[in-house]
Design a protein around this ligand. Sequence first.
Ligand SMILES: Cc1cc2nc3c(=O)[nH]c(=O)nc-3n(C[C@H](O)[C@H](O)[C@H](O)COP(=O)(O)OP(=O)(O)OC[C@H]3O[C@@H](n4cnc5c(N)ncnc54)[C@H](O)[C@@H]3O)c2cc1C
Length: 432
Amino acid sequence: MSNGRGFDADVILSGGGLVGQTLALALDQAGASVVVVDASKPAETLAPSFDGRAFAIAFASYRMWRALGLGDELDQVAQPIEQIMVTDGKLGDGGRRGGPSLLHLHFSAAELWSDGAHAGETPAVHSEPLGLMLEARHVRRALDNGVKARPSIKMIQPMSVSAIARDAAGVTVTLADGKRLRAPLLVGADGRRSFVRGAVGIRTIGWDYPVTAIVATIRHEKPHSAVAHEFFLPNGPFAILPLKGNRSNIVWAEPRAVADALLKMDEADFLAELRRRFGDFLGALSLEGPRFGYPLSLQLAERMIDQRVCLAGDSAHGIHPLAGQGLNLGLKDCAALAECVADGMALGLDPGDVSILERYQRWRRFDNVTMALGMEFFDKMFSNSFAPLRAARRLGLAAVNGVGPARRFFMKYAGGAAGDLPKLLRGESLAA
Ligand SMILES: Cc1cc2nc3c(=O)[nH]c(=O)nc-3n(C[C@H](O)[C@H](O)[C@H](O)COP(=O)(O)OP(=O)(O)OC[C@H]3O[C@@H](n4cnc5c(N)ncnc54)[C@H](O)[C@@H]3O)c2cc1C
């Protein structure tokens, strides 16, 4: 493959995970030629047992996947979230009964658009849910099918990027098999342990949280009515996230040693422990599939760009999953970067031009850092039983819950629809 200027492509992506494949589709739609190099084996990553997570996808992120042609496949498996209940404390504090409580924050899709249209929004988007739950296995499959349907995207897999050399005109990437590729821009979409980030000397700040998130899919007797619950328990957040059918995905944070014990327990004992947190509001519970453990950490790159290189997704920002925003931030990176590259190329710039990269960083850096630190604040505030702090957070929940515009602001921010939205997040195509 050559783009006619001695390059193999306009953009090389190191990493073809959820963010890398989305970015490949977006750049391709924008008219840029793309080579994706990914280290994983598709036979493993596409197996249903590879990743037990289900993602809460903000409605704006979902618009982008639709605009990239994945709607037909994802619509069949996506579970809309119509309401979110945030509760400080145990289920018995009100969440189980579903009634109003001072300790609650209640978000509802019916209220989301009740303050009218905003710039750049069409009336069609006003029937959107708060978000959509999608199982990782379905997203991986849809992205893989989407990339395969575009022969213009070249996917090299399984293969690692093992060296990078740069000059004023471009980047030369050496692969693990010794082959070389050259392009004006290299994107590191290679996850938390990003090789690209390290190779160009971008440092990170961050720390490990002393907790592991237990993730499992639960089948329950009664319907969830499209309500997502987040309970802030003393050991960490506990989320019940609705899936298609009478099923929910749980994300349950516990200190490392407790989580390890819970993961090793036999199924009956695990379900007994789960019921103590989950309650009986959805009737009898059973486990569907294995349990997974994800040790949690925070990791923020000190910058998102370098000469002819930029970062997207977890390579730039790995955050606490308590509000389900990590992948959403990565998807926003994809939408912004593809639009910056498209606009720059339309002006005759090459995709790695410094002005394109600086615009991308200006667009994304503030949002990424704000979200990461916001999650940090919530985690510290809620994983604490110090009485004055407990009183303050309950007052905070009650205050936000009592003010309609404040609730709507939070819903739009979490839905990815606040601020200056790239076209794809408005559901518009980048095709000329
Ligand atoms: C328990 C849990 C629940 C979560 N829930 C949510 C949620 O509800 N909503 C949400 O928005 N986010 C959620 N997240 C966050 C989300 O999972 C991540 O943000 C997302 O998966 C990051 O995707 P990525 O493509 O950036 O990185 P990755 O998924 O890590 O992909 C990186 C890719 O790069 C490849 N790679 C690595 N090194 C190289 C190399 N040298 N050369 C070539 N390829 C390489 C890897 O093979 C991999 O395919 C959750 C996270 C956790 C832990």
